[in-house]
Design a binder for this molecule. Sequence first.
Ligand code: GLY
Length: 582
Amino acid sequence: MIRLMSFRRVLMAASLFVVVDYATAHAQEQRSIYTPAPASNARAAAAKHGMVVAQEKIAAKVGADVMARGGNAVDAAVATGFAMAVTYPRAGNIGGGGFMVIHSADRQEDIAIDYRETAPAATTRDMFLGTDGQPDIAKSRDSALGIGVPGTVAGLALALEKYGSGKFTLSDMLQPAIALARDGFVLADDLADTLPDWRRRLSRWPKSLRMITRADGTALRPGDTLVQGDLATTLSAIAAQGPRGFYQGPVAEKLVDGIKAAGGIFTIDDLKNYQPVIRPPVRGHYRGYDIVSMPLPSSGGTVLVETLNILEGFPMGEMTQGAAPSLHLLIEAMKRAYADRARYLGDPAFVNAPIITLLSKDYAAKQRASIDLAHATPWTDALSAVPPREGSNTTHYSVVDAAGNAVSNTYTLNFPYGVGLVAEGTGVLLNNELDDFTAAPGASNAFGLVGFEANLPGPGKRPLSSMSPTIVLKDGNPVLVTGSPGGSRIISTVLQVIVNVLDYRLDVTSAVAAPRLHHQWLPDEVRIERGFSEETLTALKVMGHRVIEPMGQTSANSIAVIPDGLLGAPDPRTRGAEASGY
Ligand code: GLY
């Protein structure tokens, strides 16, 4: 168990660090030493008018086609979001939730749509504790108690209604998804690669396994066609009635029955009462660019901007990308911002987090002053967080249209294939998002993220997220749209893509492909991807960093706005990511 006392002690210790002369420590010629990430079939693509970069190619094309037919980026994002619920069931969903950041060029407005899952009304603070009073991870991760009330259908419908072009109805945007579910599509790429995991995840509820079973009762194989008839019916109900077709009536009843039979606690009223929220995004300023990202209940934007603010005081662009001195600064900035995440952040409806302070340049200057340029700052003291162990569990896509509208959308079931329960008769694969709550003060979630009072479970509460859909603007126009899956690693991934583009001037493809690392304060370790040189890793270890491989999956499907159009950078780390433009 983490003790708050030790948290205070390390904060006090931080003020004793001496800042050494930056120039002496980092006088190096600027160069990039990244090694491309492992090969996959992801290809960068340029387009003149509109672009969707998503984790699954059929859904990316659905969105690009919508723009080619006169839709805007929001129309495309909605169509892609519903299509991925069919073609990328590992994380694309209507049984989960997420966050969408929109830059509306027409209105010169930036907004964030929070469609995070909520805890059912019957949720209690101790719900994820065992009889011994200790966190029982099986309850939040592998049981129906972990299912949050899904937000995706309401969130995508709200985005279309408020920010769509007005040329298409919700039903129009659902038709490609309905056809894909009804007629099927060929299992390939990442879905084919993860069939064994998929099977394992669904096997606790054998009826859920029907989703990936052939007519003859054997398991689906790569190259087979996945048909989802129940899901087609559910999507058709939404097309006919709007969100009411999901949150009320026969689909809602089947969802509640399926969840109740599996031991869950959420009711028809929980579904009926679900509301997505339009929020002002978190805004930051970094080296002349505006950073627009997700506010609470995602920690993403706050931690991202705090980290960038800390880094802004260092001449990152004069340093070597991927070398130990610049990586050291990234790690130390991450460590401090993630510590604040653990301490302060939670659902803003329940917690009064000190956001103005956390986002201020003055606070960042104080944090910066505690960084020792030659040594890792130790943040742990008798702490026992578990290391991150999840793979890619969430999915991110970026969209930009010809008018300069941009959408950055990240949504999730939490674990790959969620809790593994398909509510009978609905085809809806359900999330286990409530594991993102902190089961008890000082406990950690599946990503090893420690939390305290601010993120305890409660009725109607939204668990703290790390999802960081982000748009970078210059003079009010989008220049970069990015985001990632990866739980706690999402924020550090987005940070590194931004720093690679804005400081190191890498093109977006190289910025996305460059190896990444991650520090989340606790556990006090630097998780790394392959590709850093031995020399770099040795230098980090000499500074006192505990360097551990692997880092776990992330996938930053990004778009850069370039002088003559759009450059889409599907992340090469996961098979199947695609840039689809026209
Ligand atoms: N479930 C991962 C996140 O929301 O951060």
